[in-house]
Design a binder for this molecule. Sequence first.
Ligand code: GLU
Length: 419
Amino acid sequence: MSKEELNPFKIAQSQFDTAAELVNMDKAARAIMREPLRVLEVQVPVRMDSGEVRVFKGFRVQHNDARGPTKGGIRFHPEETLDTVKALSMWMTWKTSVADIPYGGAKGGVICNPKEMSKRELEQLSRNYIRAIGRFIGPEKDIPAPDVYTDPQIMAWMMDEYSHLVGYNAPGVITGKPIEVGGSLGRGDATALGGMYNIREAAKFLKMDLKKASVAVQGFGNAGHFAATLMKKMFGSKIVAISDSKSGVYNPDGLDVDEAVKYKEKNGQLAGFPGGQKVSNEELLELKVDILIPAAIENQLRKDNASKVNAKMIAELANGPTTPEADKILKEKGVFLIPDFLCNSGGVTVSYFEWVQNLYSYYWSEEEVHEKLDAKMTKAFHDVLDTYQKFGGKVNMREAANIVSIQRVETAMRIRGWF
Ligand code: GLU
């Protein structure tokens, strides 16, 4: 049996090719969209607490800016690769397009293990990364944000460094900042909340009663822990399994997520949480549940385990959790999938609201943010669902979302005269 392709960039390109073929897209437009517009690789030296200088490698990739300045997060991850960042930048272009916000797509990353770094070392890394990519980004050019293992504090250091570089306060250069320095209310749990609005609409379509639904969430970071909390709070669903990067807990009668959040804060991990039995990340994906929420990292559902999925709906809060081979298997099984760049587009949508507020220097209430986010997500979900239904079973929701996104980008490129 041939080995499954797990290179995220190759996967992103193959997903793109499938959608481009379905709509018979222009050849030149395909050639532009299959590759990023610009790729930057930089050195990020940091004097470690030991006195030694370590040189980290960083990337910033801008995939497409036909619909507006490029936008996308920065990941600090030990296994970061240029191809992962390239894939994620392409997915950002589809994400901003499907959410219909006036941006293109970008992504950044630094190969490092933030869990092994002190706060001072992390600050140095964040500031020096921005010095290295400073001329490449800007409020009208390319606007970073948090992603895997980066948080509002890191965004604050980065915004401060950029402001020093240009000589004035430039809060609009980065989103996901703390409220005190230009962040938006409602940004913290926006990725998960956007996912909730998608799940709500999907449940209406599937006639699934969310109050009676059981849910498993893989990942307990920026997206996952809020997802578990919100599924319970908004819909009264039963959270039966949660996990972090090391391991998870399962209880068919339901877990106390608030207690789990406190436990994780105190112990730095979920392992040992007394509310249920131990479950591995792999096992969690195969549990019999109504809704499975992968909210960790890429390539979790693959050819080797997709047939074992026992969920009715998959709501992808992570970026790239499902491979194309797994997609085929899930489609045959009849699992309804809300694809990553639609399901998790709430994060970048509130980033957009934050940027608008920064440019206006006028700030909205949390209610206003939620109302606007709900409207955007509901519209995005139904735009995709309409396309899904139009193709009458020939495509899955990922392909439908891709069709919507790539056509919007193609139109913008055509009107601008790029091909
Ligand atoms: N990193 C998040 C994502 O993958 C947010 C990006 C942003 O807000 O720009 O969607």
